[in-house]
Each structure stands twice: as C-alpha cells, then as structure tokens.
Write a protein that binds this ligand. Structure first.
Ligand code: AMP
Length: 278
C-alpha cells in the first residue's frame, strides 16, 4: 500500500491503475468508511482512499482542531483491506498560501445542513473537486449517511462535466441503529444510549410512508414526536424534502422523499436520514 502525501507523487502513481475508485474521508475510520472501500474494490479493482480533515468545511466555532484523528490505526485498517493508495496530504499541500478558488453552489447548499453550517458545502465541494482533479478516479464513493453531501457532489460532478461516476453506498449502522460516525466518540455514555432515537424517528416515518402517508408535514410530525421522547437530544431540524432539490415537500410524489434531521446531544451534533421511495 502506497502512502502518499504530495500531489506530485499522487500524479506519478495514478497511471499504474487502469481503473481506480476513490473514497474521500476525514479519517478516524469505522465500518461505514470500510464499506465504501469494499464497494470501490468490487466496482473498480483498485482503490485510493484520501484522509484529509478539510479545514474549509468547518466553521470557525466548529471542531476542526479537536476532530478525532488516528492515522496509524487508519493505515493499519486500510492495509488489511488491501487498499492500493492512501493519499494523506498536509493542509498546506491542498491550500497553499494565497489559495482563493472555491466551488460555490447555490440552492441545495443553502438548505438543511447549509442553514446551520453556512459555508460548509463550499468547503466540501472545493475539496472534493480538488481530490477528483488530483486523484483522477473513474468512480468516487460517498455514503448516504451524508445525504445532502451526496446531492451536492453529484450535482457538481454533473454540472462541471467531471469525467467520473459518483456512487452512493448505504448508511452503515451500529446494532442499535445509530449511524456510524467518527463524531460518535464525543458522546457521553448517557448520550450514546439516547442517540438511537434518530434511527427510531426515521423508522417511524418509513412505517407511516409504507402505510400510505404522503403528506410531508404529517411525516415530519411523526419524526418529531419520536424525537421528543428523548430529553437528552435537542432537535435542530427535521425535514421531509424532495430528494434532488431538497425543497420541503408538501405532498410526496413519485420521486419519493428524503427525511433528514440534525439533533444535538450536549456539544455533539448528530445527523441521519432515510430515503422514502415506492
Ligand atoms: P467522513 O470521514 O465523515 O468525511 O466520511 C467519509 C465518507 O464516508 C463520506 O462519504 C461519508 O458519507 C461516508 N460515511 C460516513 N459514515 C458512514 C456510515 N455510517 N455509513 C456509510 N457511509 C458513511
């Protein structure tokens, strides 16, 4: 497994692989990340994983400096998985002094996570664009866990004519339903016990949808009622939206709906979502 820190070395390594899948991550890997690696291996044969805690997608008050990091463990897990290349550049390699070019998408970036985290998706789109240009993968793999990120990356790749396919893989969960996330380590034992309420709320909307409910506000209320049973969690938003435009849905049509939410447990903010489809 090659561990590469410079853009020049990544460019030199690229021609060794006929077909290459890319899995962008911020490290502190868990089974959710590894499921993307496996999907990439099956689809492409060869896989590059990037590990880069991207400063431009964190707001000034957010957890960039205390974001969990364990590069040695990450490299061991990726070696065991048979990954071909790990690209882990220092911040100055991606954002040299004077850097000032950003990918700024209107519309879908301003809703949901974009309300609580203005500028977040500008950082995400910019770094993903740079990683695509540096690694030049045939396919890039993202997790449904970050549903809005998937919408933004797909739209960017299509609208900027990037020559690759964006593949979305399902959310990997703990046994009690909590979506795996590097940030789950922030939860206190009580908060960790309470956190599966997000999954229970999403499952409740799925049951209602499967029994025929198509009214967005009613489904939103269903989720909010379940969230209210857990006093440690403070909901930030619950949304039932069009899966492509992310506009709030009144009546859910043939394209289905994306139910998504952010809930605060103390200082930790958890997100989760489910796609409701016929
Ligand atoms: P992160 O390191 O949090 O930036 O995540 C890197 C990639 O892994 C993103 O595409 C995430 O959507 C994906 N991911 C994170 N958690 C999960 C999960 N529980 N299941 C599936 N994919 C995930």
């Amino acid at each position: 497994m090659d561990v590469i820190e410079s853009i020049a070395a990544m460019r030199r390594a690229r021609p060794r692989f006929a077909t290459l899948g890319l899995v962008p991550t911020m490290g502190y890997l868990h089974q959710g990340h590894l499921s993307l690696v496996q999907a990439a291996q099956q689809a492409c044969g060869h896989v590059a994983v990037s590990i880069f805690v991207n400063p431009t997608q964190f707001l000034p008050h957010e957890d960039f400096n205390r974001y969990p990091r364990d590069p040695e463990r990450d490299l061991r897990l990726l070696r065991e998985q048979g990954v071909d290349v790990v690209f882990m550049p220092p911040v100055a390699e991606i954002y040299p002094p004077g850097f000032s070019t950003y990918v700024d998408m209107a519309g879908v970036t301003e809703r949901l996570e974009g309300v609580a985290r203005p500028g977040h998706f500008r950082g995400v789109a910019t770094v993903v664009c740079k990683l695509f240009n540096i690694v030049q993968p045939d396919k890039a793999f993202f997790g449904q866990k970050d549903a809005q990120q998937c919408v933004v990356v797909r739209k960017m790749a299509r609208e900027l004519n990037m020559p690759l396919e964006v593949v979305i893989a399902p959310t990997v969960r703990e046994a009690d339903g909590l979506a795996m996330s590097s940030r789950n380590v922030y939860l206190s034992p009580d908060e960790r016990r309470a956190a599966p309420v997000l999954h229970r709320a999403l499952q409740a909307t799925k049951r209602a949808f499967d029994s025929g409910e198509r009214h967005g506000p009613t489904l939103r209320h269903t989720a909010e009622t379940v969230l209210a049973t857990e006093s440690l969690g403070q909901p930030e938003y619950v949304s039932v939206a069009d899966p492509l435009t992310l506009e709030e849905a009144d009546q859910i049509g043939p394209d289905g709906a994306l139910v998504s939410m952010a809930v605060r447990f103390g200082k930790t903010r958890l997100i989760d979502n489910i796609l409701l489809e016929d």
